[in-house]
Design a protein around this ligand. Sequence first.
Ligand code: CU
Length: 187
Amino acid sequence: MMIRDRFSPARAGMAALMLALALAAVACGGFSVSVGTSSGGTDARLTARMQNAAGDSIGTVVMQEGSTGFLMTVMLEGLEPGPHGIHIHAIGSCSPDFKASGGHINVDDKQHGLLNPDGPDNGDLPNIYAAADGTVQAELFTTRAGPDLLMDDDGSAIVVHENRDDHMTQPIGGAGGRVACGVLSAG
Ligand SMILES: [Cu+2]
C-alpha cells in the first residue's frame, strides 16, 4: 500500500506538472538560442570605442537591437561644445585616418539627409550636442541599419563630425571634418 501511495493520482498529477515545467524550461532555452542566431533577432549588441584624431579614447557608442531597430547610447567627452553630426559609415576602419571609414552606409543609393525628400541614407542620424564641458550623453534610434548592414564583410564605423548636420546638404549636411571615429564590433 505504501508503494501504491507513491503513485497516487495526486502524485502522478504533480509529476506531470513538474515534467511540463521542465519541458517549458527547455522550450524557453531553445527559443532564446534561436533568437540569438537568427538575423531578425532582438539581442544584437555592438560597441564603438571612439577615438579623437590624436588617438585618445573619448568614450563609446553602444548599439542595442530592439524589435524595430537599434537604440544607440552615446557617451563621449572632449568634444567642442555644440552640435555635431554623427553617422554610421560603411567601412569598419578608422586608420590610417578617419577617411578609412568611407562614406555612409547607403544600400539604396539615397541622398543624405533625414529631412531630404530623396533621403535619408542608411547611416543618417540626428545630431548630438556637446555640453559646455565637452561631454555628450545622448540616445539615438535608427530603423535603417540592421545587423546585416552593420556587420557585413567590411564592418562599419561610427563617425562624429566637426559641425552640425543640416540633414539636407550633400554629401554630409555640411558637417565638416571627422573629429572622432570608432569601429563597431560585437559586445
Ligand atoms: Cu559622417
